[in-house]
Design a protein around this ligand. Structure first.
Ligand SMILES: *Cc1c(COP(=O)(O)O)cnc(C)c1O
Length: 239
């Protein structure tokens, strides 16, 4: 039986190779794609193993789990990304450990994060979460704003004290026109990103792709892939 550390090392190597292959197929430099390992539901010991294997970017989706884990790993050279739906009353906690929030999807959250980051004397990187299956004026079932709301929300982030507009994020929709079409979904996100960079040239992060569809995301131009299961294993329960 391989040890947990050996298992993680083997999975990580396989994921890195998948990214490298997808880059090669797309004619992209692998240095353009950052792997963020999603550590939700897994313990701090696994995060420690990841750090030992050279992982520098990790992500969580629930503040209750993330805050103690980040604290237990405070001695490690890690950057924490928050990728889940976020309530405004958790903003202050998240700002304490996170360098990036990928799931900014409403003005009230921008205000809460801005207040928290300013109070903490921090500059927080923010990505607008895009719900590609949401119609105009709607929100996505798993968070996110409709494509036509990205511009105004991005402007609000860019203008907010303590925040930095870093780019856009999406999760491939399970329903609607993009269901089962991750490549088309990620191409659409890339278009939205290009549009955004006309007015905010530094907002160049494109966060897309998970264990199932990271190859399509890399092909479409993602700069950051968020991978959990393929590195750490299938999570118990549905999350
Ligand atoms: C859990 C999660 C991931 C990782 O998903 P896997 O299928 O485990 O790779 C990526 N992004 C978000 C927003 C998540 O919640």
């Amino acid at each position: 039986m391989p040890t947990r550390a050996e298992q993680i090392a083997a999975n990580l190597a396989a994921v890195r190779q998948r990214i490298a292959r997808a880059c090669e197929a797309a004619g992209r430099d692998p240095a353009e794609v950052t792997l963020i390992v999603v550590t939700k539901t897994y313990p701090a010991e696994d995060v420690r193993v990841l750090a030992g294997l050279g992982v520098r970017e990790v992500a969580e989706n629930r503040d209750q789990d993330a805050a103690p884990k980040a604290e237990a790993c405070a001695d490690l050279p890690l950057s924490w990304h928050f990728v889940g739906q976020l309530q405004t009353n958790k903003a202050r906690s998240v700002v304490r450990y996170a360098d990036h929030v990928h799931s900014v999807d409403r003005l009230r959250l921008v205000t809460a994060l801005s207040t928290a980051a300013t109070a903490a004397g921090k500059r927080l990187g923010c990505l607008v979460q895009v719900a590609l299956d949401a119609g105009s004026g709607e929100r996505g079932e798993r968070g996110g704003v409709a494509p036509d709301a990205v511009g105004p929300l991005a402007d609000a982030i860019a203008a907010a004290d303590g925040l930095r507009l870093d780019g856009v994020m999406t999760v491939a929709p399970l329903a609607g026109a993009y269901a089962g079409q991750p490549r088309a979904a990620f191409d659409r996100l890339t278009e939205i990103s290009s549009r955004l960079r006309e007015t905010h040239p530094a907002a160049n992060m494109v966060s897309a792709g998970m264990s199932q569809d990271l190859d399509e995301a890399v092909a479409a131009g993602a700069t950051h892939v968020r991978v959990g299961t393929a590195v750490l294993g299938v999570r118990p329960g549905l999350r």
